[in-house]
Design a protein around this ligand. Structure first.
Ligand SMILES: NC(=O)c1ccc[n+]([C@@H]2O[C@H](COP(=O)([O-])OP(=O)(O)OC[C@H]3O[C@@H](n4cnc5c(N)ncnc54)[C@H](O)[C@@H]3O)[C@@H](O)[C@H]2O)c1
Ligand SMILES: [Zn+2]
Length: 377
């Protein structure tokens, strides 16, 4: 980590090391204004097909198109409605049709300009359009900057579940303007912040401590925000480089997510609970369950709860609006998620802050008893 809080000149670059498919992530305030110049130099002579959503288009499209125009990068724009429902096969078809209508060619590129929804949909479109055109991710939510835009997972949902159809397809470049996050409402910013905390909890206790001291500055803006994004991207880049297709160590990136996914499913993927909020509660549950099994100090759980609460994130089942999800329902979703065999499951647990690990053969009955107790408390 560079000196936390140190002012930086120009963007910070993090490289995702994947041999010939390596790519840079540029992070900094005002990166959007350099998008045209960066694209013109790194991916010359391509036209840019921007895919964005209505909210991002209203607030920020002009900055992006002005930057492309200034660098003589020709561009067209495809706008989709905002929201998770947009990640559908029907919309994938619509985006592809719009790209064809705009005569986007094999040598051109797709620019995914938005949050994780646009990133996943436009990334998938880029992967399959004319058997694959280059992709530039320009993420505009904190969640997308620290997670979704890095690593090459793309997908759409089907009525049977989330992210069931998709491909691994790495971008050629990621441009993360930390200033663009100023227009996010606090709840969406915070949901992304939960994923930042996750990187500390997995294997970087010093980063967690730094977050405890600097979260207000991160919310307020540069340069601590840029630093938090860069540290998160480095952490994800390491995991992706080691395990591109998510078959091994990349699993740790799912810390808090088994519980989180179950909570999201139990609340119908609605705005009762955003993904990052579900992950926040899930990370607390992972700490609590680890402490209960004597694996992790209870003091670390308390520290995590204190930090998330201070930031304004939920930490308990009781923090979820509406009916509290029952242990039965949560176990059903966990069993589906984990394809449980013989009542034993693998879970990401922890030995304490910064020490997550994959625990094998956790008895499902113990987990259910724990969740029932949480439901009642
Ligand atoms: N591919 C991956 O590895 C990966 C990882 C994590 C999450 N995801 C996916 O990401 C999606 C969630 O992403 P998200 O949280 O970014 O949600 P999102 O894309 O729905 O964005 C949240 C909301 O913020 C708005 N918005 C975006 N940028 C804005 C800005 N700068 N100012 C104001 N409003 C803005 C959007 O229009 C939307 O209404 C999920 O579909 C999830 O499955 C993918
Ligand atoms: Zn997540």
């Amino acid at each position: 980590m560079t000196e936390p809080g140190a002012p930086t000149l120009g963007p910070t670059t993090v490289t995702v090391d994947l041999g010939q498919r390596s790519y840079d992530i540029l992070i900094g305030r005002g990166v959007i204004d350099r998008a045209g110049a960066e694209i013109a130099v790194r991916l010359p002579n391509a036209r840019a097909a921007i895919v964005t959503d209505e909210n991002v288009a209203r607030l920020h499209l002009e900055s992006l198109t002005a930057s492309l125009a200034a660098a003589d990068v020709e561009h067209v724009t495809v706008t989709v409605p905002p929201g998770e429902e947009t990640k559908s096969l029907a919309n994938l078809g619509k985006v592809i049709d719009a790209l064809l209508a705009a005569r986007v060619e094999r040598a051109d590129l797709v620019v995914a300009f938005g949050g994780g929804v646009v990133g996943d949909l436009a990334g998938f479109a880029a992967a399959v359009f004319r058997r694959g055109v280059r992709l530039v991710q320009v993420p505009t939510t904190l969640l997308a900057q620290v997670d979704a835009a890095v690593g090459g997972k793309t997908a759409v949902n089907t009525p049977r579940g989330k992210n069931l159809v998709g491909v691994f397809y790495q971008p050629s470049l990621v441009l993360s303007d930390s200033g663009i996050l100023d227009s996010l409402v606090a709840r969406i910013f915070n949901a992304g912040y939960a994923e930042v905390v996750k990187y500390g909890l997995i294997d970087d206790a010093k980063f967690f401590t730094w977050l405890e001291d600097n979260w207000r500055a991160i919310a307020a803006g540069w340069p601590e925000r840029e630093e938090a994004i860069a540290v998160s991207c480095r952490s994800k880049a390491r995991a992706v480089a080691a395990d591109e297709r998510d078959e091994g160590v990349r699993a740790l990136l799912n810390f808090g997510h088994t519980f989180g996914h179950a909570l999201e499913a139990a609340t119908g993927y609605s705005d009762r609970l955003y993904h990052g909020e579900a992950v926040a509660i899930g990370m607390v549950l992972a700490h609590e369950f680890s402490a209960l099994r004597g694996l992790s100090p209870a003091a670390d759980t308390a520290r995590l709860i204190a930090h998330l609460t201070e930031v304004g994130l939920p930490t308990r089942l009781a923090d979820i609006a509406g009916e509290r999800p029952s242990a039965d329902v949560l176990m059903e979703h966990i069993a589906q998620d984990k394809k449980v065999t013989r009542g034993q499951l693998n879970l990401i647990l922890t030995h304490g802050i910064g020490q997550a690990f994959v625990a094998r053969d956790v008895p499902g009955a113990d987990l259910e008893a724990f969740l029932a107790e949480k439901h009642a408390s």
